[in-house]
Design a protein around this ligand. Structure first.
Ligand SMILES: Cc1cc2nc3c(=O)[nH]c(=O)nc-3n(C[C@H](O)[C@H](O)[C@H](O)COP(=O)(O)OP(=O)(O)OC[C@H]3O[C@@H](n4cnc5c(N)ncnc54)[C@H](O)[C@@H]3O)c2cc1C
Length: 339
């Protein structure tokens, strides 16, 4: 298929895994288009300014292209520049700021429906990640303008009270950065402690700042209401009100299950609502429609990430090209992120 709206493979999502899928498919002589509702690597564009990845550079590479960085761990900006260069070097066909909204037809003759066009394709790979939909607290005031589910940088918060809801890596890093930029951060933590899963180079820093009293922390506590200058909190000692000119609710994200349903993908009844797919081939319940990357894990968003999800690309591309599917049992096992 060669005209401008016909391809062998349509990849939905221009994140690291979607890009890896497209380049692996192209290298096997098939045509591919990558569609994204936002920018190239849109999720990474939304990550905090100068965010340091947990993974070392070689673990984020796709297609064998080396990721050059001056840092031991790449920054968001290194990765953004890297994935853009890979897309250009591999001459990938990109359709950005074009949202996929539906899929008609069947394997061999799909029509991908976007908000701008209808594209013909034989196969479809869904690599839509998880970063677009926050896990809401469902408390009154969560939609106020000073509340965000995406932390970017601390500089707007100098001299301000900032409540951070959550206690995973993103919340821990935000609290530390806010403190060092002159804000007054307080962490609101549902559990009894900062979880052991917080990275070993971040957790002691945070725990010691809490012990010093420079970062406030309320444990076994949860927000009940957000108002324009405060967060009302249920604590074991009773209700409290924390002053807050800004609130970051960093309680995770989840895949767009209604979009998956619109594509005809069924999801499990397990806690992760795992989208149905064959673990060996990554083909979904709809023949010819594949899953790749983080979306495979459903709500378990730490099951697949760039380090291991990038290998989905080789597996799917080999299958679509009729090659023997590579045996990748070790790399396809979940690994400790950044280990
Ligand atoms: C703060 C943070 C730090 C991280 N650090 C690491 C790390 O160190 N190492 C690591 O391996 N992983 C890390 N991860 C996880 C990693 O970034 C994700 O697992 C990775 O982005 C997944 O890649 P992906 O291609 O599957 O999905 P994404 O990068 O999320 O890409 C999905 C794309 O699909 C697009 N999309 C969604 N719906 C549609 C639609 N309907 N139509 C068109 N396009 C659509 C989105 O706009 C997006 O661009 C980190 C995550 C976060 C949040």
């Amino acid at each position: 298929m060669q005209d401008s709206l016909s391809f062998d493979v349509a990849v939905i999502g221009a994140g690291p895994v979607g890009l890896a899928c497209a380049l692996e498919v192209q290298r096997r002589g098939l045509t591919a288009v990558v569609l994204d509702k936002g920018a190239l690597a849109n999720s990474l564009v939304g990550y905090p300014t100068n965010m340091e990845f947990f993974s070392t550079p070689e673990l984020l590479e796709i297609g064998g292209h080396p990721m050059a960085t001056l840092h031991y761990k790449p920054l968001r900006e290194d990765a953004l520049d890297y994935y853009r260069r890979v897309a250009q070097t591999e001459n990938l066909t990109l359709r950005l700021y074009e949202r996929v909204i539906g899929l008609e037809g069947k394997e061999g003759s799909f029509t991908v429906i976007t908000d701008k066009a209808r594209l013909q394709t034989r196969f479809v790979i869904v690599a839509t990640g998880f970063y677009d939909l926050p896990n809401y607290l469902d408390v009154p005031g969560e939609d106020l303008p000073h509340v965000s589910h995406y932390y970017k940088e601390p500089y707007a918060h100098v001299g301000q009270d900032v409540v951070i809801i959550g206690a995973k890596n993103s919340a821990a890093k935000a609290a530390l950065q806010l403190l060092r930029a002159g804000a007054r951060p307080t962490l609101l933590v549902r559990g009894p402690d900062i979880p052991e899963s917080v990275k070993y180079w971040i957790r002691p820093d945070l725990v010691n700042r809490i012990k010093e009293g420079r970062i406030g922390a309320l444990f076994n506590s949860s927000a009940t209401r957000i108002t324009p200058g405060a967060v009302e909190v249920a604590t074991p000692e009773g209700p409290r009100t924390l002053p807050a000119q800004f609130v970051y609710a960093l309680t995770g994200y989840h895949p767009d299950f209604s979009f998956l349903a619109a594509l005809g993908i069924t999801c499990g009844t397990d806690a992760a609502q795992t989208p149905s797919h064959d673990a060996d081939t990554l083909e979904t319940n709809r023949p010819g429609l594949y899953l790749a990357g983080t979306v495979c894990g459903g709500r378990n968003t730490s099951r697949w990430f760039i380090e291991n999800g990038r290998y989905h690309a080789q597996l799917i591309a080999a299958r679509l090209a009729g090659e023997p599917v590579p045996a990748l049992p070790e790399v396809l096992q979940p690994v400790q992120l950044g280990s």
